[in-house]
Design a protein around this ligand. Structure first.
Ligand code: SF4
Length: 171
């Protein structure tokens, strides 16, 4: 299922938007901990597991990474690729696997809404959120709390221009 859905990156970003809208409807009831969170963690595993090989990191950034789960990268990088991508585009740790970040770049080219976000520098993953619900964390803002010392160094609008101008230059 994973390989099949990744043939349609634009559909996945539309699905992402739809999911955010639906989850937002339940925002008043979405609190961390308890039965609600256990249900959401279960449901995320059920849905995002087969589609994205979700590792339940609790801090979902799929739409910013070409709809590829960064936790699939053996180094768990949030800002890939590393310097070890092989000439054939495969991973240096798992040579049989295409680099997650090569696939993310390919997908981003087909994502008119969120493709440019691949150029953003992501904060490190907050491991304290592992095995919690990323949807609840998105609603409470817990997924936006960056580790101390992290200062974002990007301007989303400038990146957006740069991304789509370079795309136009390639076509
Ligand atoms: S980024 Fe985190 S929540 Fe999103 S699919 Fe990957 S492991 Fe799951």
């Amino acid at each position: 299922m994973h390989d099949f859905v990744h043939r349609y990156p634009h559909f996945l970003e539309v699905l992402y938007d739809f999911t955010v809208r639906v989850v937002s409807l339940f925002k008043p009831w979405l609190k961390p901990g308890g039965t609600t969170e256990r249900f959401f963690v279960w449901f995320e595993k059920l849905t995002k597991g087969p589609m994205f090989h979700c590792h339940t990191c609790g801090q979902c950034v799929l739409h910013s990474t070409g709809m590829m789960c960064p936790m699939e990268c053996p180094k768990n990088l949030r800002d890939g690729p590393c310097g070890g991508v092989r000439a054939n585009g495969h991973c240096e740790v798992k040579p049989e696997m295409k680099c997650v970040w090569v696939r993310a770049w390919e997908n981003a080219q087909q994502m008119p809404t969120y493709g440019y976000e691949l150029l953003m520098i992501m904060p490190p993953h907050n491991w304290a959120l592992t095995n919690t619900s990323s949807w609840i964390n998105m609603m409470t803002g817990a997924d936006q709390e960056n580790p101390k010392g992290w200062l974002p160094n990007h301007d989303p609008l400038a990146l957006k221009d740069r991304f789509y101008i370079s795309q136009a230059g390639q076509s």
